[in-house]
Design a binder for this molecule. Structure first.
Ligand code: MN3
Length: 338
């Protein structure tokens, strides 16, 4: 009995204490030389990546985020704390980076499927490497350069700052990364110092195109691509933020956020009405709901601006009005996810 109790408490300790784990490097630290030195690999993996994993676990501990997948944490990064955004990104990005690197003798060749796609879009393998290197070389400060599959199923090259990546809604360009190059100084400084270009020339000798090819096939078949397409409506997200930050306090009888931001909410409703929805949801039903939402936000803003001696009565009216706006908003969201 005691053993079972100990076992259960040990297991629950493991589950709650460590949601994400540091993946082991597939090769020894010095297997990546001369392109990346052993000490850099060791510090990069054992210290930097481990730090992202530990801080991510701390940031989500005892919150509903413990139950979300890493892609959920990334996709809605704009709604998360800086700590979740940076550390979930850091963990995801480095996990991908270790997967695609291998000493030349351990690499597998590129698939025909990926080769054809690259030649179709970039003319040659060399050209895609030039495009990624340009993105990496011109990234100011710390960040990443990416080869992604975008929501249209095409290859694209992007770069993002810090530990952001194209799965995140904070990135204007969305897609599933299949190759990522770390251009933080911690990735190369010991050996290359300020010569980012030399690091970028060397790193291609370590890219395992076989793994990148597997990532390409997996990305094309990943349902996340369709989610990214629908999620790529920035005006809807901008409106969602104001709505969430005014409606939820109002539900708790705090009308101050709504009273001070009704003008901003109305302005964002106008921008949303005039924005271009993703192709798959650009239909009459959605357009009609957008018009109703704009009118409803105008009504709310007019109520806020009216002088009123009976604040309780006006708050009750405002609550009815924002509840209606909130319903129309969710109707639009629902139409997006049918
Ligand atoms: Mn790094």
């Amino acid at each position: 009995m005691k053993i079972i109790y100990l076992l259960v408490s040990f297991l629950s300790f493991c589950v709650s204490a460590q949601v994400y784990n540091l993946p082991a490097l597939p090769f020894s630290n010095d297997a990546y030389e001369p392109y990346i030195d052993g000490q850099t690999m060791q510090i990069h993996h054992d210290k930097h990546h481990a730090g992202y994993v530990n801080n991510l676990n701390k940031a989500i501990a005892s919150t509903p985020m413990e139950k979300l997948s890493i892609t959920d944490l990334l996709m809605y990064a704009s709604f998360r704390s800086a700590s979740v955004r940076n550390n979930a990104g850091g963990h995801y990005n480095h996990s991908l980076f270790w997967e695609i690197l291998a000493p030349p003798a351990d690499q597998k060749p590129m698939s025909k499927e990926l080769e054809n796609a690259i030649i179709n879009q970039f003319q040659s393998i060399d050209e895609v490497m030039v495009a990624v290197n340009n993105a990496a070389a011109t990234r100011f400060g710390s960040g990443w350069a990416w080869l992604v599959v975008n929501p249209q199923g095409k290859l694209a090259v992007y770069s993002t700052a810090n530990q952001d990546n194209p799965i995140m809604d904070v990135s204007n360009e969305r897609g599933i990364p299949i190759l990522g190059i770390d251009v933080w100084e911690h990735a190369y400084y010991l050996k290359y110092q300020n010569k980012r270009g030399d690091y970028l020339s060397g790193i291609w000798s370590l890219i395992n195109w076989g793994v990148v090819s597997d990532n390409y096939t997996a990305a094309l078949n990943n349902p996340l691509l369709a989610e990214l397409e629908k999620d790529n409506w920035l005006a809807l997200k901008e409106f969602h933020k104001v709505m969430a930050q005014t409606f939820h306090p109002a539900e708790e009888k705090n009308f101050e956020p709504l009273r001070s931001r009704s003008g901003e909410m109305y302005a964002k409703a106008i921008l949303l009405k005039n924005s271009r929805p993703p192709e798959t949801v650009n239909n009459k039903k959605v357009q009609d709901a957008l018009s109703r939402l704009e009118k409803q936000c105008f009504i709310i803003h007019s109520t806020v601006q009216k002088p009123s001696k009976k604040v309780d009565v006006q708050n009750a009216l405002l609550f009815d009005q924002i509840t209606k706006a909130h319903e129309i908003f969710h109707e639009i969201q629902g139409l997006c996810h049918d």
